[in-house]
Write a protein that binds this ligand. Structure first.
Ligand code: BDP
Length: 671
């Protein structure tokens, strides 16, 4: 078995100090919170290196300059209610206080302190009053027990290899630190596509290993969940059905859940992908998704467990037969009618867009349509459709656009962020989850710059209103403190425009899907055009795009008004989503004033030039960069450029041939 490398390359948490501080750190941990063991370790591993000397005591000797404790243990009067994860940092009588209601708040308070220490803030100027916007700030691993990672671009699984657990404690602790340092508080460790091997994770064969991991993660405020196979009663239980209304099935699940909680009292619950892409589900028995989910939720309920039930449900074997078979409609069509029918510990997990993590999609209309059902939004940090951690594609700007989107679900100013956090719907929004981008690569994420996507996800899940630029700068300052300021500035500016650059050389105007089937990297204009996945662009000699208007699939009607009408109307539909909603001629004029065909040519030529500009900027700093970092990024950039050129040539050539219209700037289109 391959060994897991624990000697990790720098990331935001582990970089050395470039400007050591002149103070001593005399830290008092007051009280008996079990979390203090974690904080002590974090202090020794990460904070101590910034100070000339560090000492930790377990009571306030009066000499300490930083004191950590709950309001109760410190005998202090509590400030405004910041909940179990919130914290306050303030200075009083020449000392710094990190205080919270509960111990998880202390952990996050300590991370905040650590961040400020890294950034060079004077000790007594550190001040904060924080509480997370979202209950769940979760990540989903798509890891398999053979060590492979579905849609993983950062090496093999951190958890599994060769059909077993890697069980590398140092690596697991580093990883738990990485996640909790950005406020992530829950995770699944195995793929939503649960194959035979992983079905056994809930059996006694593997429960001790799962329990070991769950306990370790719990020390960092992370709750462990498992993805389960809906058909487990058959595949591992020896029953001949998984019908949710069969008593034998419900009893079987109750027994499994009882056993799991017997070994893992902190267990979070299950994540289920059912009736989707060949996975089993309640449809096989003529039952609804509410029937399926509620049966499992009932088993989890006595232990406080949650059931995350994914809404990524569509028929992947049908073609576009009529308007009802538009794949974009599927999640809403399946789940909106079931609003209110789910148990209160079921949380529906809704992909951010109605299709599947494309570089640009409309926001899922199911978010806002659920008024009486708990739900989270699901994002994709792993760059399946966005460059696979070869191309730079910094995703927080995409997520921020989604979170700021006004659904009008309860009238104007009902943003996605307000819905998923529960602020706009009386707590039915339960937060955010995302398919993560980490693996066993030394830098965790394949491309070092891709670390920023995990960082940004954590920041936005904690506070969706945080300034994007501040997040990007903070990540760069913490990750590359040894680089001159101007180099960090270059990195930040590359990151900040990278999503739009990626969009410009790939599929145009929201049309999506022109990727190679299967692995999803690189262009293949018709790769998905003639297969039954529901992913079409309908290009012909007259025009292109998907008609989702009232005359087409009527998908627009799933939105609250006036959102639906804005998309319906060619004049008000935003350019970047035009082909997601409309089938138009090549000569259609965008609000930008360009024709669609000219936009396609221009954006593809520009996209390649932008990647060349990234490379030129990187080269201009060659002397200031350590050789390893210079090479690492340069190699990726070269691959990105080759990819961008291929996209440009295939897409432009294809549309030149389809439309017969010349580029008005007379550039050479590969024919
Ligand atoms: C798609 C991926 C596939 C996943 C699926 C899902 O290509 O590997 O299984 O999403 O979310 O994007 O279930």
């Amino acid at each position: 078995m391959e060994t897991v490398t624990t000697d990790r390359e720098a990331c935001w948490l582990t970089t050395e100090s470039s400007k050591p501080r002149t103070e001593k750190l005399l830290l008092s941990l007051v009280g008996d919170a079990p979390m203090f063991a974690t904080i002590r370790r974090l202090c020794q591993n990460h904070a101590a290196k910034f100070f000339v000397e560090t000492a930790i005591t377990d009571r306030d000797t009066g000499k300490s300059n930083v004191i950590i404790g709950t309001w109760t243990s410190l005998g202090k009067e509590s400030t405004p209610n910041l909940g179990s994860e919130g914290y306050t940092i303030f200075s009083e009588e020449g000392r710094l206080w990190i205080v919270a209601e509960e111990e998880r708040g202390l952990l996050y308070g300590f991370y905040h302190f650590l961040k400020e220490i890294q950034l060079g803030t004077p000790l007594l100027e550190i001040s904060a009053q924080e509480k997370p916007a979202n209950v769940f700030r979760m990540i989903n691993h798509w890891d398999n027990m053979d060590g492979s990672v579905e849609r993983g671009y950062a090496g093999r699984s951190l958890f599994f290899e060769g059909g077993s657990f890697t069980k590398d404690e140092d690596c697991m602790r580093s990883y738990a630190e990485l996640l909790s340092s950005v406020g992530i508080n829950a995770l699944t460790i195995n793929n939503v596509n649960v194959h035979e091997q992983e079905s056994a994770l809930i059996t006694n064969r593997w429960l001790p290993e799962v329990a070991w991991l769950a306990k370790l993660f719990q020390e960092y405020g992370l709750t462990l969940f498992l993805s389960i196979n809906y058909a487990s009663p058959i595949t591992i239980g020896g029953l001949d059905t998984a019908d949710p209304l069969e008593t034998s099935v419900a009893d079987w699940w109750e027994r499994q859940v009882e056993r799991i909680y017997g070994s893992i009292p902190s267990f979070g619950g299950f994540v289920v992908k059912a009736d989707s892409e060949h996975r089993p589900g309640p449809f096989s028995y003529g039952r609804t998704h509410a029937d399926g989910a509620n049966m499992l939720a009932k088993a989890l309920k006595p232990y406080g467990g949650h059931l995350f039930w994914r809404c990524f449900v569509y028929d992947c074997l049908q073609d576009w037969r009529d308007r009802s078979t538009d794949r974009a409609r599927a999640a809403y069509d399946h789940f909106a009618p079931l609003d209110g029918a789910f148990a209160d510990n079921v949380i529906l997990q809704i992909k951010s867009g109605p299709m599947d993590f494309q570089v640009r999609e409309a926001v899922s209309p199911l978010i806002g349509a659920l008024k009486q059902t708990k739900h989270v939004i699901e994002l994709q940090i792993t760059q399946e459709y966005t460059g696979q951690q070869i191309d730079v594609c910094y995703l927080p700007p995409q997520w921020k656009e989604i979170l700021d989107f006004d659904t009008h679900a309860n009238g104007k100013d009902t943003t996605v962020a307000d819905l998923v956090s529960g602020r706009a719907n009386g707590g039915f929004g339960q937060g955010m989850t995302a398919v993560v981008n980490t693996g066993r690569d030394e830098n965790w994420t394949g491309h070092s710059f891709a670390q920023a996507n995990l960082y940004g996800y954590g920041q936005l899940a904690w506070n969706p209103k945080r300034c994007l630029h501040a997040i990007a700068e903070e990540w760069a300052d913490r990750t590359y403190p040894y680089l001159p300021k101007n180099v960090r500035k270059t990195i930040v500016s590359i990151q900040e425009c990278s999503w739009i650059v990626y969009e410009s050389y790939t599929s145009p105007l929201g049309i999506g899907w022109m990727v190679n089937p299967g692995h999803h990297y690189g262009p293949n204009v018709n790769g998905y055009e003639f297969s039954p996945w529901g992913t079409y662009h309908f290009s012909d000699r007259n025009g292109l795009g998907v008609d989702r208007t009232r005359k087409g699939s009527n998908y627009v009607s799933q939105y609250a008004e006036p959102v639906g009408s804005r998309y319906e109307n060619l004049q008000t539909c935003p350019d970047e989503l035009l082909l997601f909603f409309h089938h138009v001629p090549y000569t259609h004029v965008l609000t930008s004033g360009k024709t669609v065909i000219q936009h396609i040519y221009d954006s593809h030529f520009d996209g390649v030039e932008q990647v060349k500009a990234f490379i030129a900027a990187w080269e201009s700093h060659k002397q200031e960069l350590p050789e390893a970092l210079y090479q690492h990024v340069r190699v990726k950039f070269d691959a990105q450029l080759a990819n961008a050129v291929e996209w440009r040539d295939q897409v432009n050539t294809y549309y030149y041939r389809m439309s017969g219209i010349e580029d008005k700037h007379g550039r050479t289109i590969y024919r």
